[in-house]
Design a protein around this ligand. Structure first.
Ligand SMILES: [Zn+2]
Length: 148
């Protein structure tokens, strides 16, 4: 699949410091391994590239809708006592409905538990855009200030 980048997508990626080549790699890696989330013709893929985990949200025809990244390293999913809530996403690899779960996230030597989309079968973990760009970005900023 050849990703297509609209001017809007390019603009957003530029602001977020993401390269077209990186997002293309995220998508081609997800397509070749079948490890991605899907819902209604929309795909959510991720890949660790250098210091960040980069994400691409794209349609089945390759049109990139949004892209984002976070620096924290996602770890294992964490079981909570609460009954897990279903997410809108399905893990393509397992054909299993993903849940609104929790996962370990490590940044600058500190591991915390945070909300994440989790496949209950393979244990793969994803962060949605609003979390990666708001909550997680703020947490990363706080850590960096403390260590500076
Ligand atoms: Zn899975």
């Amino acid at each position: 699949m050849q990703p297509k980048f609209s001017d809007n997508a390019k603009d957003l990626m530029g602001k977020r410091g993401l390269k077209e080549a990186d997002i293309t790699e995220v998508i081609s890696s997800a397509e070749s391994t079948n490890r991605k989330l899907v819902k209604d013709g929309i795909n959510l893929a991720k890949k660790r590239i250098g210091e960040v985990t980069a994400y691409a949200v794209y349609k089945d025809d390759g049109e990139v809708q949004t892209a984002y990244s976070h620096r924290m390293v996602l770890g294992e999913p964490v079981k909570t006592t609460d009954e897990p809530e279903a997410s809108e996403w399905v893990c393509k690899h397992c054909n299993e409905k993903a849940i609104q779960g929790s996962a370990n996230m490590t940044y600058m030597g500190v591991t915390r538990t945070g909300p994440a989309i989790v496949c209950p079968k393979c244990g793969d973990v994803w962060l949605e855009e609003y979390l990666a760009t708001m909550t997680i970005a703020a947490a990363e900023g706080l850590f960096e200030k403390k260590k500076a």
